[in-house]
Write a protein that binds this ligand. Structure first.
Ligand code: GAL
Length: 675
């Protein structure tokens, strides 16, 4: 019980101590007879939480300021009577047709100047005053009516802010951008300096001359584009906060959240947003065609937990099987549903929810899987859904427990935004690719990862990796330097620490923000041709895509280039800085070469590498007295591992043998005393 106490203070899902299980439920698409059948089936499957109302604005407000709560009253009563709790959605991701007819200026405009129409869903211009007023008005009505409804235990604001579009180039956005810039810079002199507008004669003499960085003849001012990204994330956040505060006025204690897309939303600074939600909630969908999609899932789950500051979080959406919006919507194979759900749970989610309970018959998502597919209760998917519900009902003891990571990866959305702008030294500079490569290598070694912002406290980590950290501001650079000088182990990949807050190259030789800590200077970037590779000496393997003319100042060269434009120059270095170590790799190494490099770094930092059998995911959630170890086998070959001391099977309760075998494509969960 001790694990849960803190969470019961209002920072987490209130109510019963059960793993929350369920998903989005869209009763507006069905008649009452179907609702009754659904509720019966939900109970059978162990569903205890559904998100309702996410796309039902026109049902509750059929005409402006005319409200009709009949359908919500009825369904909430039925769900409540069946002991199924509700996460009530605000419907503001899908404004009604009357809204668009009356407020056409709220339509978003793309960077290319296309004014988007309605008839779908998604964001309006986030800076439209009419939208903000209407969204808060309908939210206020819902909160006033259901703020103390016994079935409504939490609130789900909007849906996936930032998707499918985020930045808008409409007139309202341009005006709001100017106001945001005035707030950030105060004077035009400061803005002109920060944006380096002397370049190509872009100096502004009046605030009204500043536009959104819409498509223009050549590359736009990159600092302006970066600021527009920051502004867009902030404008969307203001929309969230306005709705959240309207709910709070009527529901003072219920947790309020919105669903993130942790590693998959290019437009939102979730580090900033995470401070504004009561509990982090995340949506995750597999990249169906990728055979390593379970690794990407883990990465998303680890980032979700990190955004939550290590506290438990909600898996708000994932799919039982295929989605409908990828080029080839590959169905999940037998057991994959449970493996995916349990991997999120193992990495700290205290709720496992899907999109959606019953598959839609009409509309854009009729070919998307659901807990209850079109094929009904005889389907394999439904049977697996019921089984998972039963399994999760036995894992309540793990609620509130924490995942411990000794190793971190730096994740900076501002840096990713900046690197994604045009005219970089090579198209091969891709932050996502390097993040995935480092994460996947660590995953295969069985190392649990936290993600950190450059300004976060790092001293608790034995090793910190920065696979792509192009933009690093002074605060982040100082923080990283003090981590290393205080005894930390840092490993940095190429093209990191190059620019500051406004995408300006830092003075002197690169990497300006990391030159001292890495003990080197880059004389020149030496990008490689598309298929070119370079050989490294001392057994470090082969590099591709990128190389550099590195001059070591205080670092030691661990490997040099044997071939390519940097032949004879250092390629991989290590610098003793204060009482710590900073490693640098100046080319793109992959596969076994990358794993060997990472293993050396970890070994030097004293991190024990578990090296689980190939495809076996091993993660531990620990409470005060007991810990849950999840063994999830993504390979079709059985794997055998040593059981933790004193372990029992979490699902059957039977004592574990000294060795545990995890069937191919299966899983085992063992509970053991902490220590
Ligand atoms: C999510 C969205 C859901 C549903 C789902 C389908 O991004 O929030 O409403 O569309 O995708 O995969």
């Amino acid at each position: 019980m001790t694990m849960y106490t803190q969470l019961e203070k209002g920072t987490f899902i209130p109510g019963r101590r059960e793993v929350r299980y369920g998903g989005d439920y869209n009763p507006e698409q069905w008649n009452r007879e179907t609702w009754l059948e659904d509720i019966e089936l939900m109970r059978h499957a162990g569903v205890n939480l559904v998100s309702v109302g996410i796309f039902s604005w026109v049902m509750v407000e059929p005409r402006e300021r005319e409200y009709d709560f009949t359908f919500l009253d009825e369904i909430l009563e039925l769900l409540g009577a069946a002991d199924i709790d509700v996460d009530l959605g605000t419907p503001t991701a899908a404004p009604p047709a009357w809204f668009w007819a009356k407020y056409p200026d709220a339509h978003p405009v793309t960077r290319e100047g296309v004014r988007l129409g309605n008839g779908s869903r998604g964001m309006v211009s986030p800076s439209s005053p009419e939208y903000r007023r209407a969204a808060v008005a309908v939210t206020e009505q819902l909160a006033a009516r259901y703020g103390s409804h016994p079935a409504v235990i939490m609130w789900h604001v909007h849906n996936e802010y930032g998707a499918p579009i985020s930045d808008s180039y409409d007139d309202y956005s341009v005006a709001a951008f100017r106001t945001w810039l005035e707030g950030r810079y105060g004077t035009l002199e400061a803005l002109n300096a920060a944006w380096g507008t002397a370049f190509w004669g872009q100096v502004y003499g009046e605030w009204s001359e500043i536009d959104a960085p819409r498509l223009s003849a050549s590359v736009s001012n990159q600092a302006q584009r970066l600021d527009f990204q920051r502004f867009t994330s902030d404008a969307l956040l203001e929309c969230f906060i306005a709705e959240r505060d309207a709910i709070r006025r009527h529901a003072p204690t219920a947790p309020i959240t919105t669903n993130f897309m942790a590693t998959n939303c290019p437009s939102i600074d979730y580090w900033k947003w995470a401070k504004e939600v009561d509990i982090v909630a995340n949506d995750h969908y597999l990249v169906a065609e990728r055979l390593d999609n379970h690794v990407l899932l883990s990465m998303d789950a680890d980032l979700s937990r990190s955004l939550a500051g290590g506290r438990p979080w909600i898996l708000m959406e994932h799919s039982t099987s295929a989605v409908n919006w990828q080029p080839r919507n590959i169905a999940k194979r037998r057991g994959e549903l449970a493996r995916n759900s349990l991997a999120h749970f193992a990495r700290g989610a205290d709720a496992v929810l899907f999109f959606q309970f019953r598959a839609s018959r009409y509309g854009a998502e009729k070919f998307h899987s659901a807990m209850l597919p079109h094929a009904g209760t005889s389907s394999r998917v439904w049977k697996e859904v019921v089984q998972l519900g039963a399994d999760l009902s036995r894992l309540g003891g793990a609620l509130g427990s924490r995942v411990q990571a000794r190793v971190a990866i730096v994740w900076s959305i501002e840096s990713f935004w900046a690197l994604d702008l045009e005219w970089r030294p090579s198209v091969e500079l891709n932050h996502r690719e390097r993040q995935e490569a480092f994460y996947a290598a660590l995953w295969a070694m069985g190392v649990t990862i936290d993600f950190v912002h450059p300004s976060h406290e790092l001293s608790g980590y034995d090793a910190v990796f920065a696979p792509s950290l192009y933009l690093l501001d002074a605060e982040g650079a100082a923080n990283i330097e003090s981590y290393v000088s205080g005894g930390g182990t840092l490993a940095v990949s190429y093209f990191s620490g190059i620019v500051g807050t406004n995408d300006e190259v830092l003075p002197g030789a690169s990497p300006g923000a990391l030159r001292e800590v890495l003990g080197l200077e880059i004389q020149e970037f030496l990008p490689l041709r598309e298929t070119e590779t370079v050989v490294l000496d001392n057994g470090f393997g082969t590099g591709s895509a990128w190389s550099e003319d590195v001059l070591v100042t205080s670092a030691e060269a661990l490997a040099s280039y044997e071939s390519g434009p940097a032949a004879g120059q250092p390629a991989i270095t290590r610098n003793r800085h204060g009482s710590g170590d900073a490693w640098y790799v100046s080319t793109k190494i992959d596969g076994a070469d990358l794993s060997a490099f990472i293993a050396q770094v970890l070994e030097s930092a004293g991190v024990v590498i578990g090296a689980p059998p190939a495809g076996l995911e091993v993660v531990t959630r620990a409470g005060d007295t007991e810990q849950y170890t999840f063994f999830i086998n993504h390979s079709s070959d059985a794997a055998t591992v040593a059981s933790p001391t004193g372990a029992r099977d979490a699902l059957t309760g039977s004592a574990a043998a000294p060795e545990t075998t995890i069937p191919g494509d299966g899983f085992r969960i063992l509970v053991s005393p902490v220590g």
